[in-house]
Ligand binder design. Structure first.
Ligand code: COA
Length: 436
């Protein structure tokens, strides 16, 4: 860009227009809300061409995502969401050169002591228990600028404009997630937008084999009703960082495939689930819980750039696994053409047997994913999650440190936990499946 002529600023349509002169042509950059009728095909075309993260070297594999024809698929289930496009006008020609998505929800950012719990009938005896402190949190995702228009300030303008919408809607913090070696993204957010590095959870990915995983007889797995799941999550996990206050809308979403609890066999005499009230009143010594989200309906993945030899090897393991399922061969699924996945969220539990119980629950989730024709099962947990030892995953498919950066949007409020951006991480986090 040669010469900046005029920044028109936000107009009454909350649209940002900026005029510049480039090679004697007047160039107008407009940042406005995504319009499905007008933009859908052009957005898809731009995303197809857009590389995310470092360009893969010759012969290196990369992961391609197909949004199944819905550019807002990753935000549409959130309580409030917005997608913006950056459109460049040169004469009569208009081209979409950038995109950003954002959503806002209320989550737990800390906990505080409550002195309301009464023990038995003794009205004068109180127990201290923790209750969640909620905040309105915004999330930025799917930021893209077309390769030919990078380093022109478009990414920065998209973030600035999105944050304007966040503030207008009362968000107190904004955060984003990126690969830690995505230099462009990390620098844009930390050096130019005022974000700081916050949490580094791990994305754990397990392939779906051709054989079923065996669930040990000493483990009993129950499927919970939505209302029982909601009760259990609110009562046991609402103080976990990032716990979404609208957990009920997640559990009632059609993409939610169910919530499952594992306990040692024989825990319940009748062999049936006692209901969350009874379970919570007298929980077994060890138990675990997780929920399954059907990401296969949201997007498909594909591994590209694999050599012929690698593909042939993968196929051989698959054929062997299919032919001799009792051997339990850890075969590579069909990841070289589009495949779906399930996301495990709301993982938790306690007790000396909890790691083994979590392993059994993950095996159960694996078998569910196999029945649904998925290629992988994924989850995201805190770096210091004690149950991660029970989550089977392949290191090569996983990401040990996903980088989350955060920014405080307002200064004129005083949350009960102070400045969340400075708080130390907890042992667990609750990852919202809607934003995967
Ligand atoms: C990340 C991305 C959106 C940046 O968009 P952009 O329009 O090129 O960014 P800007 O021109 O607004 O850059 C603003 C600042 O970000 C930083 N930055 C941007 N690209 C950078 C790069 N390649 N290397 C180092 N810093 C970079 C710089 O600090 C830059 O300021 P400067 O140009 O004054 O030095 C773009 O590179 C992209 O689409 N990447 C692929 C998709 C992706 O990784 N998205 C992020 C996932 S959250």
């Amino acid at each position: 860009m040669d010469e900046m002529v005029k920044i028109v600023g936000w107009d009454y349509l909350m649209m940002m227009r900026e005029k510049q002169i480039m090679d004697d042509d007047e160039v107008v950059l407009v940042i406005r809300e995504y319009d499905v009728e007008r933009d859908k095909l052009r957005v898809q075309e731009m995303e197809r061409r857009c590389e995310v993260g470092p360009t893969p070297a010759e012969g290196q594999m990369s992961l391609f995502t197909d949004d199944l024809g819905d550019p807002i698929c990753r935000i549409r289930h959130s309580p409030a969401f917005l997608m913006l496009v950056a459109e460049m006008e040169i004469g009569a020609e208009k081209e979409i050169v950038g995109l950003i998505r954002g959503c806002i929800k209320t989550v737990t950012c800390g906990k505080k002591l409550s002195r309301n719990g009464k023990i038995g009938n003794r009205n004068d005896t109180y127990i201290n228990k923790f209750v969640p402190v909620y905040t309105k949190l915004a999330y930025i995702l799917g930021l893209r600028v077309s390769s030919s228009h990078r380093r022109m300030g478009i990414g920065l303008k998209l973030v600035t404009r999105m944050e304007y919408w966040f503030r207008e809607n009362g968000a107190e913090y904004s955060y984003m997630a990126t690969e830690k070696d995505n230099e462009a993204s990390v620098k844009l957010f930390t050096e130019r937008c005022g974000y700081s590095k916050f949490r580094t959870p791990s994305i754990l990915v397990q392939p779906v084999f051709a054989h079923r995983v065996r669930i040990p007889k000493r483990v009993k797995i129950f499927k919970l009703s939505t209302s029982d799941a909601e009760k259990l999550y609110y009562r046991r996990f609402s103080t976990t960082e990032f716990f979404p206050r609208d957990i009920n809308s997640i559990l009632n979403n059609r993409l939610n495939l169910g919530t499952f609890v594992a306990v040692p066999s024989g825990t319940y005499f009748t062999g049936s689930w006692p209901g969350s009230d009874q379970f919570l009143a007298n929980p077994p010594e060890s138990w675990t819980i997780l929920s399954v989200w059907n990401t296969k309906e949201v997007f498909m993945l594909e591994v590209r750039g694999a050599s012929r030899t690698r593909r042939a090897l993968a196929k051989t393991t698959r054929l062997m696994d299919r032919a001799f399922p009792w051997l339990g061969i850890p075969s590579v699924p069909e990841v070289f053409r589009p495949f779906g996945s399930h996301f495990l969220y709301g993982l938790g539990g306690e007790g000396p047997e909890s790691v083994k119980l979590m392993k059994a629950l993950c095996g159960f989730a694996h078998n569910l994913a196999k029945e649904c024709g998925c290629g992988v099962v994924a989850t995201e947990v805190s770096g210091c999650e004690p149950l991660r030892l029970g989550i089977p995953h392949w290191k090569r498919l996983s990401c040990a440190e996903d980088l989350w950066c955060i920014k405080r949007l307002g200064e004129d409020y005083d949350g009960s936990v102070g400045d969340w951006t400075r708080s130390p991480p907890g042992t667990s986090i609750f990852v919202d499946p809607r934003e995967v």
